[in-house]
Design a protein around this ligand. Structure first.
Ligand SMILES: NC(=O)c1ccc[n+]([C@@H]2O[C@H](COP(=O)([O-])OP(=O)(O)OC[C@H]3O[C@@H](n4cnc5c(N)ncnc54)[C@H](O)[C@@H]3O)[C@@H](O)[C@H]2O)c1
Length: 395
């Protein structure tokens, strides 16, 4: 694994847990973790349960006894690490968004297609697909329970940078993160809604905004927390330019005929990590809210009129997706379980020679949507078609 902070910890927990919960055809051994600071990565290896540590990610790629490389770094290093790992025949799990640019994502999808022919697997970490209620949403749509999908309404809202004194961490720098709220959290709802509906976004009209354009330079940072650097000549901390969007809002058309709205913001005061998706079809509607992730609201319009209404399904039964290995019905699970489910599916795909999803090609398609949103916003919200991804994986 490369990176040991927020996602490094979440993935480590999942790698530690997955074989203890699920009966799988292969076992994960947590061999080597990489970070740039010797002391910190040594401490992380011990705390998170890794056998050894290194400060150079090339050590993971070069070691013969390592089969899987898990990329948990900011977007500016995804392409370099993933391309080297695939070339060395390692299976790769890469955090989202796949890359910082379409160009990088195309190269990664092409390399994944080449590696696939040699039995090397790759997957992008859109973990919310693996929340059982979300997986069940997809099943309801696929089984025709919603009929023809007319509307998709998605919002992913946070508020961690409302304070203008919050420092300029890597997530607020375009060269490190690619984009802001759009690529960080917007990418999740793009992937989630396309996964659930089975439809792809074909075109968008977008607005983006950077509400706070300069921020204090950071002292230390990790995940979504950070400190501000000391003052310069008694003038207060030095400021730097915010080069990404704070919020992105767009309307979209899906290839199955649905109309969709998307909102991704880090300025939704009071909303900590509020991911909500509602889908309306000709025969019913379904609603998912991450703050109640064990539940699904389902409206079945085929029921007798007198009995119609949104019903709350508690998605904790043994025959709900992923749930048979956990606890008795009603004993709820949480955020971290989505990562355990992700590792389960990845290990199973590697061991059985199947192609895991979302593939790098799927993640490239999300990147193309992000790119179309950015271009539309730059062009005063003009309607912008999403480029087809197909050409990217032909190499
Ligand atoms: N799936 C999700 O829900 C989710 C949530 C948060 C973040 N992410 C994604 O995970 C990735 C990491 O985000 P995070 O929140 O964990 O960031 P973070 O700042 O908490 O951690 C980044 C880690 O990468 C390390 N790192 C950076 N460059 C490195 C390099 N060149 N070599 C070795 N280590 C390096 C840092 O030392 C740190 O340990 C990003 O792509 C982000 O978009 C996904």
């Amino acid at each position: 694994m490369v990176g040991y902070a927020f996602m490094g910890a979440a993935h480590s927990q999942a790698w530690r847990t997955v074989n203890r919960v699920y009966d799988l055809p292969a076992r994960a051994r947590m061999a080597l973790i990489c970070g740039r600071d010797t002391g910190k990565v040594a401490e992380a290896a011990d705390r998170l349960g890794w056998d050894a540590y290194t400060t150079d990610w090339r050590d993971l790629v070069n070691r013969d006894d390592i089969d899987v490389v898990d990329v948990c770094t900011p977007g500016d290093s995804h392409a370099e690490i993933a391309l080297a790992a695939l070339a060395a025949g390692k299976h790769v799990l890469c955090e989202k968004p796949l890359a910082n640019t379409v160009e990088e994502a195309r190269a990664m999808a092409a390399a994944a297609a080449t590696a696939q022919a040699a039995g090397v697997r790759s997957m992008c970490g859109f973990n919310y697909r693996r929340v059982p209620a979300v997986t069940m949403m997809r099943q309801l749509v696929a089984d025709g329970r919603l009929g023809v999908i007319r509307h998709v309404r998605a919002a992913y809202l946070q508020d961690w940078i409302v304070d203008p004194q919050f420092p300029l961490v890597w997530r607020l720098q375009k060269d490190r993160a690619g984009s802001g709220a759009l690529g960080d959290i917007g990418a999740h709802i793009i992937d989630l809604t396309q996964y659930v509906t089975g439809q792809r976004i074909t075109g968008v009209s977008a607005v983006t905004e950077t509400f706070v354009k300069e921020r204090p330079l950071p002292g230390g940072s990790s995940g979504l927390a950070a400190t501000v650097d000391g003052s310069v000549d008694g003038q207060g901390p030095a400021l730097g330019q915010v080069t990404v969007d704070d919020a992105a809002v767009f309307v979209a058309r899906l290839d199955g005929g649905a109309l969709a709205t998307y909102e991704a913001s880090r300025f939704a005061t009071g909303r900590k990590n509020a991911l909500r998706v509602e889908i309306n079809g000709s025969l019913g509607s379904v609603v998912f809210d991450l703050e109640r992730l064990n539940e699904l609201e389902f409206y079945d319009a085929t029921r007798p009129t007198a009995e119609q209404g949104f019903s709350r399904i508690l998605v904790t039964e043994g025959d709900h997706p992923y749930m048979s290995a956990w606890w008795p019905p009603g004993h709820i699970i949480g955020y971290e379980h989505s990562f355990t489910h992700q590792m389960r599916d990845f290990i199973e795909a590697i061991a059985t020679g199947a192609d895991p999803a979302p593939s790098f090609a799927d993640a490239l398609q999300v990147q193309l949507v992000l790119d179309a949103v950015g271009r539309s916003a730059d062009l005063g919200s003009s309607w912008t078609e999403v480029e087809p991804a197909l050409t990217a994986v032909a190499v």
